[in-house]
Design a protein around this ligand. Structure first.
Ligand SMILES: *Cc1c(COP(=O)(O)O)cnc(C)c1O
Length: 231
């Protein structure tokens, strides 16, 4: 079996230089995270606020790491998330965006965020459909403390490669569409898409950030981590 460092080196070879590799470290030990750091990783993605807080305390000597929140964020953890993360990829509603904006004013920070889109309505997924997002653009543009960088997405389960590529291409087209509307606060330069199973398709579709977990660190335990209730 290859080491974490070897797997990181292999993935880096496959990724264009312009694509940012975010190592998704949910349920990954801090020892494994140190190996990834030693292999050059400087971006860690976590999906739970509490887990990230604990790991950051243990890894406080790694001062040049950028922390990315990629999981569903509840309003009551938004303040803590702003303290812990430089990026929040999973902003999935206008309400959450406005709450983060208010908190960012209070905390005098300017978080980088992505708007999570799902393209089509899907009751199992959070995020904006295309018409919902287009409708919310004026209000999002007014969230002036948010540094709105682009779109994030996760394809629905059960798509084949052609369909996933199409889904990623549609997401990129949506970002370009918004960019061409020239909103002052909606830069839309970044695309956060691509996970272990589909990152090569995201790269083909022009992603700028991939979020990789299992392909770097191996399978996660199947029993969900219950140290923090997210519901
Ligand atoms: C867990 C997770 C990932 C990483 O998934 P892998 O299949 O382990 O690469 C990426 N993005 C989000 C939002 C996740 O929750």
């Amino acid at each position: 079996m290859s080491s974490i460092a070897e797997r990181i080196a292999q993935i880096r070879k496959e990724l264009p230089d312009t694509v940012r590799l975010i190592a998704v470290t949910k349920q990954v030990s801090v020892a494994a995270m140190r190996e990834a750091y030693a292999a050059g990783v400087r971006d860690f993605g976590e999906s739970r606020v509490q887990e990230a807080a604990s790991k950051q305390a243990q890894l406080h000597d790694l001062t040049d790491v950028t922390w990315h929140m990629i999981g569903r964020l509840q309003a009551n953890k938004a303040k803590k998330a702003l303290e812990l993360f430089q990026w929040i990829h999973s902003v999935d509603s206008l309400k959450l965006a406005q709450r983060l904006n208010q908190l960012a004013i209070q905390e005098s920070c300017q978080p980088k965020i992505c708007l999570q889109v799902k393209l089509q309505s899907d009751p199992n997924k959070t995020g904006w459909t295309i018409p919902e997002l287009l409708n919310d653009l004026p209000a999002l543009n007014q969230c002036e403390r948010l540094n709105i960088q682009g779109l994030m997405t996760i394809p629905p389960l059960g798509l084949n490669d052609v369909e996933i590529l199409n889904f990623f291409n549609q997401t990129r087209a949506l970002a370009i569409n918004i960019r061409e509307q020239h909103w002052s606060n909606l830069q839309m330069q970044q695309l956060s898409m691509g996970m272990s199973n589909d990152y090569y398709l995201a790269v083909q579709a022009g992603t700028t950030m991939v979020r990789l977990g299992r392909i770097l660190f191996g399978a996660r335990p199947t029993v969900p981590n219950t140290t923090e209730s997210e519901s």
